[in-house]
Design a protein. Structure first.
Length: 419
């Protein structure tokens, strides 16, 4: 076996001296850890922050799940791996294209690359939509595994590298809308670490709790206490533990609890006429109960003679809009794949979300909860925490500028000083 390490997207990763576990806490806004540390909810994380390394880093904009997971897992920006949301519009067909298929990702993940060099690796996700991209070209022949909690009862050894995920964790199959979905992922990670000692373990959770509960609410505290206990067990098993999030979360509701929404398709249709533009909400997926497909970032595609500059002029004046960019500016500013970007990008302020037409968003799933969601620049700050301190070279890098979450694997594999 060649143990000299790998190179991917311009970064050299050495062969890990001990297992490296990266946990992506979906919706894990830094405010949850801040509050949890203050209130004594997360003693293990508090210890990591004190004796290891902690910073708040930049995630990607749009601050959505798939782009950020792929940036972290490939160690590259969206312009390299190509996944800039759950949806974009195919200009040739006029159809909205789901961006979660493995054929659309333009890079292998760090896990996949290590597996092809003979390492045992594993990735476990809450939702199945991430699984196939994370596992693209992964070699499962040497004990590597790639499965989701969502499909924990239908793992096939050939496709996922695991015979029975329910037996592995000793837990029943969790509901899609529960904190147990994430705890299942973490428990699977602990068991895989103990049984297979993978070189790299990637664990991606779900933001069910963060969409519903603010930092300090009892349900959020319970979830963070349960997660913290599992982070402690990962540490006790000897792993380098790296914690981050795909995005943060903000309350985007009015004082009376109703969602504060700009229904952008309706606004554009009223001004420019029906059929002259298409608003795509790239947060949309099959699981929209807790946010009604409303986020802080949308793409506008102009048809016929509609000029993007006119759209920008109109949109930039709407209350609740933070910024509106033409494609070239957005691509440059957020390092996006140009061929998958709209003609105009619209980003909301922290307290406002942006939707398409009123009819496109079913908010009945909120059931009286305030709308908490993400997607904007204001939700792109994420934790960047390691359970060991940095070597001098990496400490200097961290001191010189704000880190980006896609550097986390580099820091966890190459940057920590092990005892
Ligand atoms: Zn997410």
């Amino acid at each position: 076996m060649d143990r000299s390490g790998i190179e991917l997207n311009g970064v050299a990763y050495r062969w890990p001296a001990r297992p490296v576990v990266v946990v992506v806490i979906d919706g894990g806004d830094p405010a949850y850890f801040e509050r949890g540390v203050r209130d004594g909810i997360v003693p293990n994380v508090a210890r990591f922050m004190k004796t290891g390394f902690a910073a708040v880093a930049d995630g990607d904009v749009p601050s959505f799940t798939c782009p950020n997971n792929m940036s972290i897992a490939t160690g590259s920006p969206q312009s390299v791996h190509g996944i800039s949301g759950n949806f974009y519009l195919d200009r040739d067909t006029g159809e909205a294209v789901v961006m979660t298929g493995p054929e659309l990702i333009r890079s292998r993940t760090i896990m996949a690359e290590f597996s092809r060099h003979g390492a045992t690796v594993a990735s476990v996700t809450a939702k199945d939509k991430l699984r196939r991209q994370l596992g693209k070209d992964m070699d499962l022949s040497r004990g590597s595994a790639n499965f989701s909690a969502e499909c924990a009862d239908e793992c096939g050894l050939e496709e996922t590298g695991i015979e029975d995920a329910l037996a592995l964790t000793g837990m029943p199959k969790p509901s899609m809308y529960s904190p147990e979905l994430s705890l299942f992922v973490l428990e699977a990670g602990i068991r895989l670490l103990a049984e297979r000692q993978p070189a790299i373990l990637y664990l991606s959770l779900t933001d069910y709790i963060q969409h519903k509960y603010a930092p300090g609410e009892p349900e959020a505290d319970r979830y963070y206490r349960n997660m913290d206990e599992k982070f402690g067990r990962l540490h006790d098993l000897g792993a380098v533990v790296a914690l981050t999030a795909d995005h943060g979360m903000n309350d985007k509701s009015n004082a009376d609890g109703s969602p504060r929404v700009i229904r952008l398709q309706d606004v554009l249709d009223a001004r420019f006429g029906t059929g002259t533009s298409t608003v795509i909400c790239p947060i949309t997926d099959r699981f929209v109960v807790h946010h009604g497909a409303l986020g802080g970032f949308v793409r506008v595609y102009c048809h016929g003679s509609l000029d993007p500059a006119d759209v920008i002029r109109l949109v930039a004046g709407l209350p609740g809009v933070e910024s509106a960019y033409d494609r070239a500016t957005a691509v440059r500013r957020f390092d996006l794949p140009a061929d998958r970007e709209g003609d105009v990008v619209v980003i909301g302020r922290p307290d406002t979300c942006i939707g398409a037409a009123e009819a496109d968003h079913d908010l009945s799933g909120l059931k009286g909860h305030r709308l908490r969601t993400h997607g904007a620049v204001s939700e792109a700050s994420v934790p960047f925490i390691l359970n060991y301190p940095l070597r001098p070279e990496y400490a200097a890098r961290a001191a010189s500028r704000r880190l980006e979450s896609h550097e986390l694997f580099d820091f966890a594999i190459n940057g920590v000083a092990l005892p």
